[in-house]
Design a protein around this ligand. Structure first.
Ligand code: NAD
Length: 457
């Protein structure tokens, strides 16, 4: 807080008449940076040719994003459900690319520079390892890993084959989070002991109950390949389309949604280590449909510098998504497209509470002494807390997913570092695995840096 800022209490003491200007919060529309700074025209010889594995919901979104990025071209797509071959081509505006069920054909293509992996989580490790081994750079959707062991193996593969790997939690590329990082690093929040974030929904889709297309069946879906590595089961379209409910293929709310919150928070706070400890609570409160993962999940994390509380509730969406950093000098709230900084009143104030247990004469003596020691600033220096509040919003049409993908292709072209590499992705995924392990083990878990394992506390 700037010198001369006054609290509401001071304001009343001074009289409202002297300081009535500037009560409206400052609002700034942020300017897009990265993609705007990218070269508009890329010579054909510099075009990055990529292939995508997994063209479901997210794969198709990535394809649509890629159309806005200069100098990149999708040349092939693999998916185990035939309907998604058509969806991929449609996402590319009807472009006639190679489509196949066999992802390995894409990795083996000599004319492919990079692989985008947007499969269910249980396939990420194999695709990243094989792509790296084949000399391809790889963009892997979040959460990077399905298990703690997978994450370590993926980091090792990227390093061994010296590839570029970007993980797909796009808040890390958002100009809103860049502003949050700037505010965090300015020290304006003061000491921050608590961060809290929620991502709540109240829809079936938000609870991972996905519709099944009418043509889905063993003829149109390569079920055996999809479930390889997981316990064998007879064909089950619900498992295929609503895989996030099940441990064999997904990572539940933690891997699906906490990962975004954790990525944003790790980015803002420059956190490069998994949390030291995690304790989860929650349950399958409403969707008692045979799923493994809870529809309500809370996790309390211990980091060296702060405590973090995360929640995903599939049964009430009133909070939506919101991340709050609570500092001694101010709070920073990221909600949807908006970031707000709000100062705290100074904690060192004249006591107006406990002194009511004092004799009147001593109370008045204390208050007089306080006012003498803390003279009010001149009227010209008055600033209300409201004056110091700031709000930043995203410009219309801004899309951090496209920024994030553009960052990957930029790195592929220039061999510069990505904003969210395999170490960053692994660290945040570990936070997700700790949440799930705590939930299922019904105990707190800790990250054991010496063994690189999660164990019960
Ligand atoms: N970054 C984000 O905002 C975001 C949003 C949604 C999903 N995701 C992530 O993207 C990934 C995919 O999620 P989704 O919602 O698109 O799921 P989805 O079920 O809609 O699509 C996944 C597709 O991957 C295909 N697939 C799986 N294994 C394959 C293999 N071996 N070879 C070829 N195709 C294979 C499946 O056939 C399926 O069509 C997940 O890891 C998810 O967490 C990220």
């Amino acid at each position: 807080m700037k010198t001369g800022a006054v609290t509401r209490r001071d304001f009343i003491r001074i009289g409202a008449g002297v300081a009535t200007t500037g009560l409206a919060t400052n609002v700034t529309v942020l300017e897009p940076l990265h993609l705007a700074a990218a070269p508009r025209a890329v010579p054909p010889s510099d075009t990055i040719r990529f292939a995508i594995i997994g063209t479901g919901i997210e794969g198709c979104k990535l394809l649509i994003c890629s159309l806005a990025i200069p100098g990149v071209e999708c040349v092939a797509a693999a998916d185990l459900y035939d309907g998604r071959h058509i969806a991929a081509q449609e996402a590319l505006g009807g472009k006639n690319i190679e489509t196949t069920r066999e992802y390995r054909r894409l990795i083996d293509r000599q004319d492919v520079d990079a692989i985008l992996c947007a499969t269910s989580d249980h396939w990420h490790r194999r695709i990243v390892e094989e792509a790296c081994q084949a000399g391809k750079d790889v963009f892997c959707e979040k959460p990077m890993s399905h298990t703690v062991e997978d994450g370590a193996a993926m980091v090792a593969a990227v390093r061994r084959y010296d590839r570029i790997c970007e993980v797909g939690s796009h808040r890390v590329s958002s100009i809103l989070y860049a502003k949050a990082k700037e505010i965090w690093e300015s020290g304006k929040l003061g000491m921050v002991d608590t961060i809290q974030a929620v991502m709540d929904h109240n829809t079936d889709t938000g609870a991972y109950v996905n519709p099944v297309p009418s043509d889905a069946g063993p003829e149109t879906i390569d079920w055996n390949t999809w479930q390889s590595g997981a316990p064998a089961r007879p064909f089950d379209a619900n498992r295929f389309f609503s895989w996030r409910q099940f441990k064999d293929y997904g990572t539940g709310q933690a891997g699906d949604l906490f990962v975004h919150l954790l990525s944003g928070i790790h980015f803002v706070t420059s956190t490069h280590q998994p949390p030291e400890r995690a304790y989860s609570s929650g349950g399958i409160c409403f969707y008692k449909d045979g799923r493994d993962y809870p529809d309500l999940l809370w996790t309390l994390y211990d980091y060296p510098q702060f405590k973090l509380v995360l929640r995903c509730n599939s049964n009430n969406g009133s909070e939506g998504e919101c991340t709050t950093f609570y500092g001694k000098n101010g709070s920073m709230v990221i909600r949807s497209k908006t970031l707000t900084y709000k100062p705290e009143p100074p904690s060192h104030q004249m006591d107006a509470y406990t002194v009511y247990g004092w004799p009147k004469s001593l109370r008045e003596q204390y208050q007089a002494a306080w006012k003498k020691e803390h003279p009010l600033p001149s009227v010209w220096d008055f600033r209300l807390e409201e004056d110091e509040a700031e709000t930043f919003t995203l410009p219309p049409g801004y899309d951090d997913k496209t920024e994030h993908l553009a960052n990957f292709f930029h790195a592929v072209r220039t061999r510069q570092r990505v904003v969210e590499d395999e170490l960053f992705g692994n660290t945040t995924a570990l936070g997700c695995h700790m949440s799930n392990l705590s939930y299922f083990n019904r105990t707190a878990v800790v990250w054991d840096a010496a063994t690189q394992q999660v164990r019960n506390a």
